[in-house]
Design a protein around this ligand. Structure first.
Ligand code: C2O
Ligand code: CU
Ligand code: CU
Length: 513
């Protein structure tokens, strides 16, 4: 495992010692945090279905100093929601009692290198890791989850993960629904056996598609049902599934109104995005503004995931063997392989039920989105990464994760600090063509354009590239250009956020200096 000296050594080797992350500077360490939390990962048994309890791993948290309301416990295996304020200095004592090596990553958060939860910082069970960071992100819906190499999929599936919400005072001034009119929905698909045990399979098919479940749990519980008033709600939806892509829609076919994506609210110029459905890939988030006052008193409406074909192809010969053969039939729910098990990628799924109160509708209040944020100046630096999937694993520019040297960075994985660079991802390597949810640590970026093959027709209208993102879905044959301006120096990483692809090595370091 890594110690502080190794960290310093690797920073020095990268020529970055002068810009050591804030947490490494002694002066910074002296600053007193506003909030001190203890976050523990440990096994537990929870009652999810009638019959035997289900063994899980779960996060629990405690406020050691500061605002008591910074931790909102969860009723199920899901970790508590961490409710943070922009500008707060936070210290987290992560206590690993999970029984295996682990480390916590704050997905989407701009934190110093050593607080990022890189797999090289994984700690043994029975030990503790201390994080110090200042909340720099704008208000939004973020997440925390384990990030040890090769075990992330299993640990998340077993229950480790939770929401991290960042708030800012100006949000209330925008007229957004708050308090009990703000609902969180963390979506996870799971499969259970006859004894209520979570089934985490990694057969050949699961290596390719990632591990999929046959039912959707919301906030760690089956059969999610919400009673809602006839008024506006802010729904924060996070996809914390290992591999499932959702095509979110209302059962009554009303459009969805998106006000935020991964890294916070859309700007006034971008406006509310009204879509017939919304595509949400693993670890992406959206926030919806939903006026249940437009539904009849007593109405029942469900949030569902509609059926789709994700465009998986064999492109050994430049795409000649098209989607038909290796499409949903073989990879997913129905057809040859799929017939053995339900819940393939693209199958229709029920998510949650909303029962609208029998009452008069509240007057609609106007919601205003914030002004656009200043864009960083565009530099002339360009990076290119080609994605490929073959022999059951993913590659980034032909390389996979190097578990013998977790600090290795290639020249085409370095980006300058404080300048906007264009990073072009193309999903057209030899092998199988399939969608990959790509994620970059330590930055928030903008999707500039998509070219090459178009998104599958089933999903096209629901792909949202507006706002600041930290994860984006790239379809088979597609090229996506993102604009990224790192602000935190050091060694971070980028990877496919299909957790089985990530654990299989579709993950690399990137260095910002
Ligand atoms: Cu959600 Cu590497 O992270
Ligand atoms: Cu991340
Ligand atoms: Cu992938």
């Amino acid at each position: 495992m890594w110690n502080r000296r190794d960290v310093l050594k690797s920073l020095a080797a990268a020529g970055a010692l002068m810009q050591a992350p804030a947490a490494l500077r002694p002066a910074r360490a002296a600053a007193e945090p506003d909030l001190v939390l203890k976050l523990t990962a440990a096994p537990d048994r929870v009652s999810l279905w009638p019959g035997p309890k289900t063994s899980v791993l779960r996060f629990t948290a405690e406020v050691l100093r500061g605002r008591r309301d910074a931790v909102r416990p969860s009723a199920s295996y899901l970790g508590p929601t961490l409710d943070l304020r922009r500008g707060e200095r936070v210290r987290v004592h992560f206590v690993n009692e999970s029984g295996e090596p682990s480390i916590v990553h704050w997905h989407g958060m701009l934190v110093p290198e050593i607080a990022d939860g890189h797999p090289r910082f994984a700690i043994a069970s029975g030990t503790e890791y201390v994080y110090d960071f200042e909340v720099r992100n704008p208000a939004g819906t973020y997440m925390y989850h384990p990030h040890p190499h090769g075990r992330t999929g299993l640990q998340v599936y077993a229950g480790l993960g939770g929401l991290l919400i960042v708030r800012e005072p100006h949000e209330t001034a925008l007229g957004l629904p708050a308090g009990e009119h703000e609902l969180n929905l963390v979506l996870q698909d799971r499969r259970i056996d006859g004894s209520n045990r979570l089934v985490y399979r990694r057969m050949m098919m699961d290596q390719m598609t990632g591990v999929l479940g046959d039912r959707v749990l919301v906030n760690g519980a089956p059969n999610a049902a919400f009673k809602v008033a006839r008024r506006g709600y802010r729904l924060r939806i996070a996809n914390m599934s290992n591999a499932r892509i959702y095509k979110l829609a209302w059962s009554d076919a009303r459009p969805l109104n998106v006000i935020a994506t991964d890294n916070g609210l859309l700007s006034r110029d971008e406006g509310v995005q009204e879509r017939p459905y919304v595509v949400l890939a693993p670890f992406e988030r959206v926030e919806l503004l939903e006026d249940f006052g437009t539904r009849a008193p007593g109405a029942e409406v469900a949030l569902v995931s509609r059926e789709f074909d994700d465009g998986t192809t064999m492109n050994m010969m430049g795409g000649m063997m098209g989607g038909g053969m290796m499409g949903r039939g073989m990879m997913g729910g129905r057809g040859m392989m799929g017939g053995m098990m339900s819940g393939g990628q693209g199958e229709a799924m029920h998510i949650a039920e909303f029962s609208v109160a029998r009452e008069a509708a509240a007057a609609r209040s106007a919601v205003e989105l914030p002004a656009a944020q200043l864009r960083p100046r565009e530099g002339r630096y360009e990076l290119r990464t080609q994605l490929a999937f073959r022999h059951m694993r993913g590659f980034l520019n032909g390389r996979a994760w190097d578990h013998r040297d977790p600090t290795v960075v290639a020249d085409d994985e370095r980006l300058p600090l404080d300048r906007a660079s264009v990073w072009t991802f193309s999903n057209d390597g030899m092998g199988m063509g399939m969608p990959h949810p790509m994620h970059i640590h330590g930055v928030r970026f903008r999707v500039l354009e998509r070219s090459g093959a178009r998104a599958p027709v089933d999903l096209r209208e629901g792909v949202i590239d507006a706002g600041y993102k930290d994860t984006f879905l790239i379809f088979a044959g597609e090229t996506v250009r993102v604009l990224v301006a790192p602000t935190e120096p050091g060694l971070f990483m980028y990877h496919c956020h299909n957790l089985e692809h990530e654990d299989g090595g579709m993950m690399r370091n990137c260095h910002f200096a």
